[in-house]
Design a protein around this ligand. Structure first.
Ligand code: ADP
Ligand code: MG
Length: 292
């Protein structure tokens, strides 16, 4: 492509709300075979809310939620905010927690009123040696409904299964359809539960799900997809997406995402509307149709 046609294309992109931070990206995008997207905050709004809480026999729902919120008040995780918000909405007391500890990709724990309280994914419970198999049926049911199941344990005993749901962005489904209409494969990379990821992917017509990925595992997941499919673009919003944005053939950050994500990406969408990803691919193909 001539410098002029690249300039015209990047100007047109800007009108569509797409910022090409590097001219090369327009070229790389043309040859992409697969678009991988982060789930939380990219496909979804990133504002989960509590949908379910089922306590084990002998536990009181309000008390469990109050203890869980105490732990989560010290966490920055969107799930933590959902749980604190739910406790506040119910007017529950949120006592002071001590010795708070977050384990990225797993959950968080602390001491509240002399009790050891842990909240997180099933793998967090496994790490702590807490048997939650009695809640397996509930977990499957919640995950198949596209909700994220979480466990609360008190003094080493399973106390409740909870679930949060994070609504899809309103244009996500159309955006995925457009990408597939361009002949691209679409994948989701998420730290969330496998069944939850698969339920959301099925709703959206996403080809492949890489689930239960630890924050530091996103780059490896992306490379594995690239090995099988060819050039990959990665779309993300979060701090933990920055390495994958940098490692992808084309990193695409959502403009409403974190600064670290934006700085790591070659392409930035002005809005959080993922339909712009397909617009960018179309533009790159039209601009560079006949060039090697
Ligand atoms: P993602 O943002 O893709 O969901 P994370 O790596 O942040 O991935 O978290 C993966 C999983 O670990 C979450 O789905 C949740 O089950 C659990 N988790 C992580 N942090 C917390 C927390 N503070 N409270 C409860 N669960 C958590
Ligand atoms: Mg995210």
């Amino acid at each position: 492509a001539t410098p002029t046609s690249i300039m015209v294309a990047t100007g047109r992109a800007a009108e569509l709300g797409i910022l090409f931070r590097q001219g090369d990206a327009l070229h790389a995008l043309r040859d992409v075979k697969l678009v991988a997207l982060d789930k939380t905050g990219t496909l979804t709004l990133g504002h989960p809310a509590l949908t379910d809480i089922e306590v084990a026999p002998g536990f009181d729902e309000a008390e469990v939620l109050s203890l869980v919120a105490s732990v989560e008040r010290s966490s920055e995780h969107p799930i933590a905010r959902a749980l604190v918000g739910a406790a506040e909405a119910r007017g529950l007391a949120i006592p002071q927690a001590e010795r708070f500890e977050a384990v990225a990709g797993f959950g968080a724990s602390a001491e509240v009123k002399g009790r050891r309280v842990a909240v997180g994914a099933d793998r967090f419970m496994a790490k702590l040696g807490i048997d939650v198999s009695a809640l397996d049926a509930a977990r499957t049911r919640l995950a198949e409904a596209a909700r994220t199941p979480l466990y609360a344990a008190i003094d080493g005993r399973p106390a409740a299964i909870l679930a949060v749901a994070d609504p899809l962005r309103p244009t996500t489904a159309e955006a995925i359809r457009s990408l597939r209409g361009l002949g691209l494969k679409v994948a989701m990379i998420t730290g969330d539960n496998r069944r939850t990821g698969e339920a959301i992917a099925a709703e959206l017509g996403i080809d492949e799900v890489v689930a239960e990925v630890l924050p530091e595992g996103k780059v490896a997941a992306l490379k594995e997809l690239a090995a099988r499919h060819g050039r990959v673009a990665f779309v993300g919003d979060g701090i933990n997406d920055a390495p994958a944005l940098a490692a992808a053939d084309v990193g695409i950050a959502i403009g409403t995402g974190t600064d670290v994500a934006i700085e790591s990406a070659e392409v930035v969408l002005m809005s959080s509307d993922l339909r712009a990803v397909a617009d960018a691919v179309r533009l790159s193909r039209a601009t560079l149709r006949n060039i090697g």
